[in-house]
Design a protein. Structure first.
Length: 202
């Protein structure tokens, strides 16, 4: 701001002073100062651009290599991005998921539950966590622990077409639940191990 004031003052003085040498000198100083400001501005832009590219690369690395599923979808059920872990979890490629709604691969009995939690986010809650079932491409049930957060749209709030995004991390609970059921059995009580039962008979 101060530099802009100095430039303006030099230009005003150059306009009033009839000394050609002074006027030329003042204009040269203005040009040099402007070049300095422009160079500094370009360097800041370059630095910001490098930082943005590094941040994007970091996000991409995490997204592609995370051991848990990561989803980016629109608040109204459309998949935008799905990382390899989630694709493997449900048996669909990223392109196939982009052609589907989230409810299409959600277990029918869990669709209302899922929508209730998404509605909480749309109404203003920052994040929700719940368990749900997906239906794998081959028809088997996949249990998942969902941690879901809302990300505000990059559009201006006044934009009627703005739509918030949903980011979810998904942990596959299928094997864990199967192990727990194997330990506890249908009745919910832990099964006695064979060697323990045999010992009790002696």
């Amino acid at each position: 701001m101060m530099l802009a004031g100095c430039l303006a003052l030099l230009l005003v003085l150059a306009g009033f002073v009839h000394d050609t040498t002074f006027r030329v000198g003042a204009i040269v100083v203005c040009v040099i100062l402007l070049m300095y400001v422009l160079t500094a501005y370009m360097r800041r832009l370059e630095h910001a651009s490098r930082a943005m590219r590094a941040s994007e690369q970091h996000w991409r690395t995490v997204f592609e290599n995370a051991p848990v599923g990561i989803l980016v979808l629109r608040a109204h059920d459309r998949y935008l991005m799905a990382n390899p872990a989630f694709q493997q979890m449900v048996g669909y490629s990223d392109r196939e998921l982009a052609e589907r709604r989230a409810s299409d691969i959600t277990h029918p009995d869990d669709r209302a539950l899922t929508q209730d939690h998404i509605d909480q986010l749309v109404r203003g809650q920052d994040r929700v966590r719940f368990q749900k079932r997906y239906v794998h491409r081959d028809g088997r049930v996949v249990w998942a622990d969902m941690s879901v957060a809302r990300v505000f749209s990059a559009h201006q709030p006044a934009d009627a077409d703005a739509e918030d995004l949903i980011i979810a991390t998904i942990e596959d609970l299928t094997q864990r639940r199967a192990d727990e059921e194997a330990r506890h059995g249908p009745g919910g009580q832990c099964r006695r191990q064979p060697h323990t039962a045999a010992h009790a008979l002696h």
